[in-house]
Structure formats: structure tokens, C-alpha cells
Write a protein that binds this ligand. Sequence first.
Ligand code: FCB
Length: 445
Amino acid sequence: MTTPSLAPFHAPRRSDFASDFLWGSATSSYQIEGAARADGRVESIWDRFAATPGRVADGASGEVACDHYHRWPEDFDLARQMGTRAYRFSIAWPRIFGADGGAPNEAGLDFYSRLVDGMLERGLEPWATLYHWDLPQALQEQGGWNARATVDAYLAFVDAVTRRLGDRVKHWITHNEPWCTAIIGNYEGLHAPGLTDFKTALQVCHHVLLSHGRAVPVIRANVAEARVGIALSLHPLRAASASAADQAALARHDGLRYRWFLDPLFGRGYPQAIVEPGDMEAIAVATDFLGVNYYFPETVEHAPGDGPLETRVQPPAPGTAITALGWPVAPQGLTELLLRIEADYHPGPIYITENGSCYDDVVDADGAIDDVERRDYLQRHLAALKDAIAAGVPVKGYFAWSLIDNFEWAEGYRRRFGLVHVDFATQQRRLKASGRWYGQFLAGA
Ligand code: FCB
């Protein structure tokens, strides 16, 4: 996979960024932990989804994943070896609570407490995501995020976790990518719980945003000097053509994909309302940072009959550089997106909470993984980040997705995003060339 459409660029240097810029890597619980039945963990919607034939490629599941539950010291050593100073992880709700409320599972809390101590011992600042898609299955059976009661269940979970870890974890992300939770999981049906109902998806979206807003004061009450934000998956959006139909399609797509999340978070309400009194004020609670997950731009066309919005995202044009998942490689899209968000919302400090690339890695006879494309992707996106900062966007940190190869949701294990290679048969970890470069970059001037 080459990069034909990409312009020459200067590899960035660490000194191009502020000396206190935060450098990290990111993962999520279901994608790496495994140990699906250890220490009282209950079933999650992803366990159920993965166990349903035809839902995940190759019938894969997160049951073993990277066995990070037992191997985390080695993974944190690698994160440390690369020179990263922050680590974004998520907390598996099914390790802490099932559906019945009651007392939190101490063994689950103990695990995360050990994990956090392991990070701190290695100089990794913990950034905890409270929801990265692994809802307890029993809650799904009571309606999942479509039910308003799930907001209260989430607050109980958040309360238990932040009470226990708040003495050491100061940075909290309420939700990872509400779009994926709501739309991919409940309308497109490609992620757990695999539903295909648009109204449900919109209701889920509202409850997720509401749970964010109501969680923020809970976190602040439990954690001295808490810094709280939310991580959104965002794309720069363009119309496929200048035609009135494509321009109108772009406006509709933009309304759902971008403004449906950012407008209420920054106090402007939904493009249309489906809410109870007080909800919008709760969602618009002031946060300490905005997390942006960036992968690629979307080009939108008018598509009569296609979904409730009659829009379609075009596949990349022939000749466009793409990753092994077919996602366009467009580093300037990161600059464009950040400039737009800053102009639209002035959200305050922004952290890139995910950015990374999927390529088919080859392990050489000597065990090396020369993933030049991933290294190139990383370099180009850091150069684009530098441009956004130079243009005045207050980006304060960057978390590479991902520290280690992992369970890539519906794609199973065939899609690799890690800076560290994982041999899933032996669980052997090997730093890839991209990870080595990140380490050299962080060690350099
Ligand atoms: C994001 C998810 C993350 C990972 C990357 C590749 O949408 O937040 O878990 O799957 O994509």
C-alpha cells in the first residue's frame, strides 16, 4: 500500500511541540483485556454480539484478546520504553457492576487500582475512559442506552469507579465516540447491540450525552482537581460536488455526524429536540477538555432512498492513499477538522485522544516489523497537528491508537493498529518500527 496522493513533507521533531505537550497511546478494555470471566466480570454486549454467528469476522471475540488483564506490566513497560508519559485506557463496566446495582465488585475495582499503580510506577499519567462500548448485557436486556434508567446505572458505576481511583486518576473521559455507540450499534447494526432502528439510535444518543453531562459533577465531587472531557469521533466533511443536491446532503450529514454531538455539548441544543426539561443544560456542563478521535475525512453525496437522511459517504477516489481498512490517509484533514472545531466552538484545550492506522504487518525472519506505512502515517499526522497548533488551535496532547494490536470490534483480530505487535497465538509483544520511531521522536530534540 503506497501513498500516491500524498505530498512530500518534513518529518516533525519533538521540539516542534511545546515542552509540556502530552504524548501518549490509547487502548480500550474489551479490545485488549481478555479474562472475560475473571474475578466476577459479567457478560457485556460485546461478548454477546461476538458470540452471535456472523457478527464478527472469523467468529473472533475479546474473550482472550491480548490477555492484558494478566500481561499489563509488559505492556506498560513498552509504553514506558517508547517514552510516552500518558496512557489512555478504559474501565470495563461489567467488571464493576451487572444489572442489579447493589455493591460494586471489589475484585474489579482492585484490578483497575493495580493497573493505575502500574501506570504511575512507570511514569504514565492515567487517562481513564469510563465507557468504551462494553455495556453489561443485563442492562441491554432492560433496554440498554435506549432506556433512561441506564443513565442512572451509569452514574452509579461512575461514582464507584471515581471514588476508588480518584486519588490517583485525575483525567477522566466520560464516553468514547457516542456516534459509534448510538448509530453504528443501534442503527447500522454493525456493532453491539446490533440493532437497526433509527429512532432507537437517536434516543440512545440523547441518553449517552445526558449521562455524560450528569457524570461530570459526580466525577468532580469524587476527584480533587479532576479534569473531565468526552472523546468524539469526528471527520472533516465535504460535499461530493457543488450541486445543490450534494450541498443539501452535506448539510444533513453534518447535522447528524458533527453538530448532533457538538452543538448540545456546547450549549446550542440539538438541530431538533427530543428532550426533557433540564437535559440540555446538563449536557452542556462545562468540561476541561475536548477529546478528538481523528482517522479520515468524509465526502458526502445526495443518495435518494439511502437511510433516513438520504446521504452517502463516497468511497475514496481511485489513487487515494488508503490503509488496510480502506480508510483514506489524509493528514491535512486533521488540520482542517481542528480549525473548524476551534472556529465553531472554542472548546478550550483539545487532546487528540485517538489517531492511528491499520496495515497488514509482516514479521521478518528476525522478528522485526518494518511498518513503514504506519510510521509515515504517524509522522504525517503529527506534522498536520503541528500546523493546526501553529494556526492557533489549543491542542495539548496526542494519544496514538493503539499501544498494542487488539480486537478491532467487528473486524476481529485481522486488523492491526498497534505500535506494538501482538502474536495472538503466543501473546508475544514486539515493538514495531512505528513504535521505535515514536520512541526516537519522543527522545529526540
Ligand atoms: C475507534 C475506536 C477504537 C478503535 C479505533 C480504530 O473508532 O474508538 O476503539 O477501534 O477506532
